[in-house]
Design a protein around this ligand. Structure first.
Ligand code: TYM
Length: 344
């Protein structure tokens, strides 16, 4: 029997952040480490997704390669035989399946996506593209082409995963068993051994998510930040005037964000971290503990980045793209037959 697939992707539009690392990269890499050989692991760069909002196209290609190096620096073992890395645009079936799925997606259904609404506000009405509207459906194609059951993503992408499930179920009901249906959010969470959905907030405006596409340098930790500078950003994080540490997203989002980062960086259950810190009054000590973890995480990551063998990475990438192109084309062919584009 073929192995169950774990799949995730990080866009290459901007510098990846601590949110990308803790929300998506580390859970996948931890799963790879803990369950090596048991699953197939697909970690790819959705480069077509990278210009759903305006970018500098002169840096896109290099940024895509940078993301792949980041995967390795974050701990992805590319020598593991069941692990595949690839660029979305090198596998045309992604775009072709998207078109087919588009024609089975309600306009109102796509318009309900919260990320679309949020990003539309950020870029301004006159710069909102059809690409931005359509990107959750491209994401569904990314997942369904490879039969991925497990898709570690941050909280912001959870709704897109639900849309993917809806589309898979819809087409399966209409045309027979075409797609593996990804598991629902609660199962994804327990599979990642996490107790909460991960949404790292801006250190400056903790009501908002930490995001690479938003101009918020003091609130955002980039993986390329100097470790000391990242620690200084944590020390300057916005907290509140309550004066007591509590895990409470509504009333104390800044402090709660720090507790969340501490649990994830030390790989401890959130409850354990909360019980250690709750009721204490020194925000400074909490910040110092988080700053130390973030600093050591980035030092380690950046040290590993200097050791990435780019030639070996490119060889692996091209071989994997050939292998994954076949898998994707097989799925696409099945779908083309089902919808009547090819004889059955
Ligand atoms: P992207 O590139 O915006 O983000 C990549 C991953 O990082 C997670 N993430 C966060 N998690 C926690 N806190 C944050 N502040 C934070 N910021 C980002 C995102 O949830 C995501 O998991 N559409 C996707 C990329 C994609 C994809 C896919 C992912 C395309 N196709 C197929 C999985 C499967 C995106 O825009 O991610």
């Amino acid at each position: 029997m073929s192995k169950e697939v774990i799949l995730t992707g990080i866009r290459s539009n901007d510098e990846p952040t601590l949110g990308n690392l803790l929300g998506a990269m580390t859970p996948l890499i931890n799963m790879q480490k803990e369950r090596a050989g048991e699953y197939q692991v697909n970690m790819f760069v959705p480069d077509l997704h990278s210009f759903t909002t305006p970018i500098d196209h002169g840096t896109l290609y290099q940024n895509t390669i940078r993301n792949l190096k980041y995967f390795v620096a974050a701990g992805l073992d590319i020598n593991e035989p069941n692990t595949f890395i690839y660029r979305q645009s090198y596998i045309p079936a992604h775009a072709e399946l998207t078109w087919i799925l588009d024609c089975f997606t309600g306009f109102g259904e796509a318009a309900r996506m919260v990320e679309f609404k949020d990003k539309s506000k950020q870029v301004g009405d006159d710069r909102v593209t059809v690409g931005l509207f359509n990107y959750p459906i491209l994401m569904a194609a990314d997942i369904l082409l490879y039969g991925a059951k497990w898709v570690p993503v941050g909280d912001d992408q959870r709704q897109h995963l639900e849309l993917t499930r809806d589309l898979a179920i819809r087409l399966n009901n209409r045309f027979g068993d075409l797609f593996v249906v990804p598991e629902p959010a609660d199962k994804q969470l327990s599979f990642s051994e996490r107790d909460n959905q991960v949404r790292i907030r801006s250190l400056r405006t903790p009501e908002k998510k930490m995001s690479k596409s938003v101009e918020d340098p003091a609130g955002t930790i980039l993986l390329k930040d100097k470790p000391e500078e990242a620690a200084a950003k944590v020390m300057a994080a916005t907290t509140d005037s309550v004066g007591v540490i509590n895990f409470d997203w509504e009333k104390q989002p800044g402090v709660t964000n720090l507790l969340q980062i501490l649990a994830l960086t030390t790989r401890q259950p959130q409850d354990k971290v909360n019980s250690e810190w709750s009721g204490k009054s020194s925000y400074g000590e909490l910040k110092a503990a988080v700053a130390a973890e973030v600093k050591s995480l980035l030092s380690d990551f950046q040290e590993k980045l200097t050791q990435v063998d780019k030639e070996a990475l490119m060889r692996k990438l091209e071989a994997d793209e050939d292998a994954m192109r076949k898998v994707a084309e097989d799925t696409l062919r099945k779908v083309q037959k089902a919808v009547g584009l090819r004889p059955s």
